[in-house]
Design a protein around this ligand. Structure first.
Ligand code: CP
Length: 317
């Protein structure tokens, strides 16, 4: 098996089945530090650099929290407008990364351009972690999600997924790439203007991913073991930032998961994951049902980033 030391985490396209379990095992080992709020000194000689060109609550702060839990150091920016990449100079990824690599031992990057973290990895002498690139991928989020499912169900095989929301979304791409490594079937529910792109479908076919497009949650929720959600009232992920200037609209019933629908149609043991933030597709009263796993997912977000940082920085195997 390939070593994670020094490796970029850019996509789940190139993750092999056993590597998921390797990451989960390291996450299990490190989880007590997060659970007990007891930092360790595993990465005390290392520095994380966060380069976020797009807003984030969870991904940036969970990655930074993970580094603190492991005793490392953190610096970075969360608003590229305050750097030379975001002002008059529009400094290139290459030039920016040639600076950042001297400031930190690993770079966690979010960018509104698909492929920007991969471009950074071409030039950086330190590992680059993709924390979400445009509509591209969100590998650390989906590793968190799969770890959460694995904890809840004890396996990633033999499960049926209901993927609902905007299929252009980076989480949807990463989870469907991951599906190629497991005995996993997916129902895919999205509005017409947010369906899987033809070229992505062709890739899924090449990878033998089993999925079926369905018109509403109601039509397939009864068969789902995992309900995996994203909003359809959605921001444009190719922009650095989007201010709300008008009413954002409401989610049609076909793409919502409500308490009533869960009570009447869902399997008793079905679990709901949502990477958050949410709009009205997942009403807050669902939080108090046995199906909700998104707060566990939020905690696991720290644990997963601890595992990834420890692995790429050579402090865990
Ligand atoms: N799930 C997720 O990526 O959230 P943030 O945009 O807050 O990082």
């Amino acid at each position: 098996m390939r070593s994670f030391q020094g490796r970029d985490i850019l996509s789940l396209k190139d993750f092999e089945r056993e590597e998921y379990f390797q990451v989960f095992r390291v996450a299990d080992r490190l989880a007590p530090h997060a659970r007990d709020r007891r930092n360790t000194d595993l990465l005390r000689h290392k520095t994380l650099l966060t380069a976020f060109y797009q807003p984030s609550t969870r991904t940036r702060l969970a990655t930074e929290a993970a580094m603190h839990r492991l005793g490392g150091h953190v610096l970075g920016f969360s608003d590229a407008k305050m750097t030379r990449a975001g002002d008059f100079y529009q400094e290139s990824i290459k030039d920016t990364v040639h600076m950042l690599e001297y400031y930190g031992d690993v770079i966690a990057m979010r960018h509104y351009q698909q492929g920007a973290p991969a471009e950074a990895a071409r030039w950086a002498s330190v590992p680059v972690i993709n924390c979400g690139d445009g509509w591209g991928e969100h590998p650390t989020q989906v590793l968190t999600d799969l770890y959460t499912i694995w904890q809840a169900r004890g396996t990633l095989d033999g499960l049926r997924y209901l993927l609902v929301g905007d299929m252009r979304m980076r989480t949807m791409h990463s989870i469907l790439y991951a599906a190629s490594q497991f005995d996993m079937e997916a129902f895919v529910v999205s509005p017409e203007d947010m369906t899987l792109l033809d070229e992505f479908k062709a890739e899924l076919d090449e990878r033998n991913v089993v999925y079926r497009e369905v018109e509403s949650v109601e039509k397939c929720i009864a068969e789902a073991d995992v309900i995996y959600m994203e909003p359809v009232v959605q921001a444009d992920y190719t922009k650095s930032r989007e201010e709300v200037t008008e009413d954002r609209g409401r989610t049609p019933a076909a793409y919502r998961v409500t308490r009533e629908l869960l009570r009447d149609r869902a399997k008793s043991e079905a679990i709901i994951l949502h990477s958050l933030p949410r709009m009205d597709e997942l009403p807050p009263d669902v939080d108090a049902t046995r199906h909700a796993r998104y707060w566990v997912e939020a905690f696991n977000g720290v644990v997963m980033r601890m595992a990834l940082l420890a692995l790429v920085l050579g402090a865990a195997e």
